[in-house]
Design a binder for this molecule. Structure first.
Ligand SMILES: Cc1cc2nc3c(=O)[nH]c(=O)nc-3n(C[C@H](O)[C@H](O)[C@H](O)COP(=O)(O)OP(=O)(O)OC[C@H]3O[C@@H](n4cnc5c(N)ncnc54)[C@H](O)[C@@H]3O)c2cc1C
Length: 268
């Protein structure tokens, strides 16, 4: 259907789309609902390749608990912070990627875990890395006629977590968010920040510094100085702006706090 009408717009849960229609004057001429495309609602775990693939239209409610939450705890944590139960019953990863807001809660998880985004059209299929997909504020790499089919994420042996700061404790869009993954087998930590730049930011300098400053494998001990310095370095890599949700200064500070806090939790 999309190949026949590449200007048609896709709707999955509609939790971003209908806000655009109702409040921001979006007036699509034709809309294709993904609700009955059953492949997009599936998820699989290939144990031999230690990867989980999640269909673009699987609602968050199905990631919050159960097997997906056991395999990908940071994804489950992020999913639990999205909106309300009603929003999580409808909202999807495909929609978070389609909107590509810098504050999208799932996006830092995809970046910290180095997810692959599987994209299909009527005639082709391609796999994109998270940073090839997320191009800027509400901009992604989808070409006309393409849809997000699924994302695949590695199952990592080690701690992973997600945290966000907002103006209240629930039903809130992130002022700052962070996902940290500690691969205790490889001795590596990855961290991605949300809502502090035009798109998700991976703190590569802080990651490199941390790997050289301390042992990150199973059984290692983290000093407070290292945790604080890691937070400072992560904050320095953020590129926040002032807007109606926060000041840049507060965002930068909170990014550092979240980075330090998540790193400490990964050693607790
Ligand atoms: C009250 C409320 C609270 C919210 N709270 C949060 C929050 O805490 N955190 C957060 O991150 N978001 C939040 N959101 C935003 C929204 O719920 C999420 O971005 C959600 O992931 C969107 O998914 P959806 O399936 O509803 O997308 P839709 O609204 O259906 O689509 C969003 C965009 O993505 C496109 N799209 C959808 N599926 C695909 C696909 N498979 N391939 C390509 N393009 C696609 C659509 O064309 C559209 O442009 C909130 C929204 C509301 C209304």
């Amino acid at each position: 259907m999309l190949a026949a009408d590449p200007s048609a717009e896709l709707i999955a849960g509609g939790t971003d789309f209908m806000v655009e229609v109702n409040l921001h004057g979006r007036r699509p001429e034709s809309v294709i609902s993904l609700r009955r495309v059953s492949e997009l609602h599936e998820w699989t775990h290939r144990a031999n390749r230690s990867r989980v693939t999640i269909g673009a239209a699987l609602p968050y409610a199905q990631m919050e608990h159960g097997e997906i939450a056991r395999l990908l705890p940071a994804l489950a944590q992020a999913a639990r912070t999205v909106g309300s139960p009603q929003i999580r019953a409808a909202g999807t990863i495909g929609g978070n990627l389609g909107t590509c807001s810098p504050a999208g809660d799932i996006l830092p998880v995809l970046a910290a875990l180095e997810a692959t985004i599987h994209v299909v059209s009527a005639t082709d299929a391609r796999d994109l890395t998270w940073d090839d997909f997320m191009l800027g504020v509400k901009r992604n790499a989808l070409a006309p006629g393409e849809i997000v089919h699924s994302v695949s994420l590695p199952v990592v042996d080690g701690w992973q977590g997600y945290a966000k700061v907002g103006t209240r404790n629930a039903m809130v869009i992130s002022t700052v968010s962070a996902c940290l993954v500690r691969d205790a087998d490889e001795g590596l930590v990855t961290i991605a920040l949300g809502a502090v730049g035009p798109t998700v930011i991976r703190c590569f300098d802080a990651e490199r510094w941390l790997a050289s400053a301390t042992d990150l494998r199973h059984g290692a001990i983290l000093s407070d100085d290292v945790a604080q310095e890691f937070g400072r370095r992560a904050a320095a890599e953020s590129r926040p702006i002032d807007d109606h949700r926060s000041t840049a200064e507060y965002r930068r500070h909170a990014a550092g706090v979240l980075a330090t806090r998540l790193l400490k939790r990964s050693f607790a």
